[in-house]
Design a protein around this ligand. Sequence first.
Ligand SMILES: Nc1ncnc2c1ncn2[C@@H]1O[C@H](COP(=O)(O)OP(=O)(O)O)[C@@H](O)[C@H]1O
Ligand SMILES: [Mg+2]
Length: 221
Amino acid sequence: MIVAKGISKSYRSGPRTIWALAPITLDIRPGEFAMILGRSGSGKSTLLGTLGGLLRPSTGQVLLDGQPLWELRESERAHLRAHKIGFVFQNATVIPSITLLENVLLPTLFLQSSVKPTRQRAMALLDRVGLKDRAHAYPSEISGGEQRRVALASALMNKPALLLADEPTGELDPETEADIMALLEETHRQGTTLLIVTHNHQLTGAADRVLTLSENGLSEG
Ligand SMILES: Nc1ncnc2c1ncn2[C@@H]1O[C@H](COP(=O)(O)OP(=O)(O)O)[C@@H](O)[C@H]1O
Ligand SMILES: [Mg+2]
């Protein structure tokens, strides 16, 4: 599904080079539910950004269904991303000035196919995250945990084959955390390949495969 070969990311800070991500190699197979554990600052968000086509790695390659993501033109990469990848950002935010329903529909704007998923699908997703009755509310009218659920619904809108989630339960109360994990597990059961990065060791039970990211790179287990 997605393969990373020797991807790393460094930043220049004056004369110094800061390594945000040491070179890593990774192969996520279709249908897998993988979780990457790592402490704060270990490079989790950087890794996910490079895999998701959002952050260009300094070295290495990312292959999404065999296509070299970082060798494509920007427009091709954007197209591939819109059609194949759902991304849940760290502290996933929603857009405050539009309704929950409009937030969920947002990713369809970037689809080029003529058969765009509909308002009906957006409503079904809002139902799935328990917010159907609030479809026309604005984000300021719901809680932070509910906003995270809207962000998840939005990430699923285009039926991505691959869902990348950055600390999807970070800073949530235990109950909301369990809700979000249940939704992610359901998404995986329905066939979505799932990669979650988190610092939370307690979440690993649900995953098929757990990897650990550190300054030395990525290791299995
Ligand atoms: N744009 C940037 N410029 C410089 N350093 C960065 C940048 N983004 C991230 N870093 C550094 O790279 C390291 C990894 O960051 P990040 O991927 O956000 O880690 P994590 O998500 O695991 O907490 C951190 O030390 C961070 O300070
Ligand atoms: Mg992070």
